[in-house]
Ligand binder design. Sequence first.
Ligand SMILES: Nc1ncnc2c1ncn2[C@@H]1O[C@H](COP(=O)(O)OP(=O)(O)OP(=O)(O)O)[C@@H](O)[C@H]1O
Length: 259
Amino acid sequence: MASIILENACVEFPIYNARGRSIRRNLMARVGGSVAADGDVVSVNALKNVNLRLTNGDRLGLLGHNGAGKSTLLRVLSGAYEPSSGSAEIQGAVSSLLDITMGMDPEMSGAENIVLRGAIIGMTIPEARERIPEIAEFAEIGDFLDLPMRTYSSGMNMRLAFAISTAIRPDILLMDELISVGDAAFASKARQRVQELIASAGILVLASHDPKSLLEYCTRGIVMEHGQIAFDGPIEEAIVRHGMEIPEMKKETSAVSGA
Ligand SMILES: Nc1ncnc2c1ncn2[C@@H]1O[C@H](COP(=O)(O)OP(=O)(O)OP(=O)(O)O)[C@@H](O)[C@H]1O
């Protein structure tokens, strides 16, 4: 059973060398989070007192302007960041399609990288080894499987990273925009795989600036402003609250049915 409970979660990034008021003023003007200063230490408050409860079947859309805190929140949910204060309790296997190439080594072959990256995302080594042919076939890398990845085109790189990262079925799926990889034919098969992942995940959290994707996959939406949750409610209302128009489309209810 997947669940997420954030209580008063805060994430602060201290910036120690921010001497001088000009840097401080610059930061104040640029960041979407908020900036606090204590002597010479300036800190960016990327998340402030975020309270969030998600359980099986929840499909959450994250909206907010650049710098509002969406990626930081996704990283807290993925376990990459610990809250600086408050708490984050995450139950269930998490898969984040945030950095799909993380941990891959260009000097190693495609096959070795399947095992390496597979282990990082939660496969056992024997399982990752067993799945090499199936993942390589999906990635369409052919005879390059045993060559170092530095010899791959960028398209091949991304296809392999995608094929590995989507080869597991997580309880909690985190995405920063809907991932799109490859040429038209590959993109269509990748989209189908993402839809299968979404349908089988207990919890989906999708950060997106695209109202169509949000409507298609999410039922609930939160709008983030300056690191805080400014709105939490039905996705349609979140889209409007964020100042976007509801596009004319039919929801694909199959994709949001949950596990
Ligand atoms: N490693 C970091 N060090 C310092 N500040 C950071 C760091 N990461 C993020 N921030 C700041 O935290 C705030 C929130 O950033 P975040 O990337 O979470 O926003 P976002 O909503 O995902 O933006 P975008 O839509 O542009 O991806 C911003 O002000 C950003 O400048």
